[in-house]
Design a protein around this ligand. Sequence first.
Ligand SMILES: [Mg+2]
Length: 190
Amino acid sequence: MIVGLDIDGVVADFVSPFLQVAEQRLGNGPIQLETITDLSFKEHPYLTEEVVWKCMEEISYDPQFWQKLSPLISPQEWQKLDSLSRKGELVFITHRYERETYDIHQVTCDWLGKHGIGKPVVYFTQESKAKLVDHLGVSLFVDDRHENCQEVAEKTQATVVMPHRLYNQSFNHPRVKRIWNFSELFSYLP
Ligand SMILES: [Mg+2]
């Protein structure tokens, strides 16, 4: 059984440092995490899609941003992921941008390695994650972005698990299983 795991917002704390980048750009003081109720930012009082896009572009050229991310899961959970990985049953699937100025693949693998994944396998795509899930034969897919969960649930046979976040709390789908604690993921393994 192959598990396909998203990185940002699932095992790496992306939103808090991203908001710090946005704060610097806007210069309006702190942006409260509680105001991020939707990752499309359509309803946000002052964080516009344009600002978000500019910040995304900025961090995509900054290897340090990715190197400094904090983990969202415990050492025990990393250990369990590592044993899956060693059996060839774990892949990471990310929408992180690849730029010519540095090797985000290496930065990402180093970060995962630092947290205990011996030989991480990471796929980068700017297309639909469902295509990769299908192509790689992933049967358990995990993502915090509900749009990705919905797409994979509707276009593939994979079981789809979504860690609960403020920004995906209002999403419901019959084929997307919400988990409140990362460890619940392991109950979906044989
Ligand atoms: Mg994510």
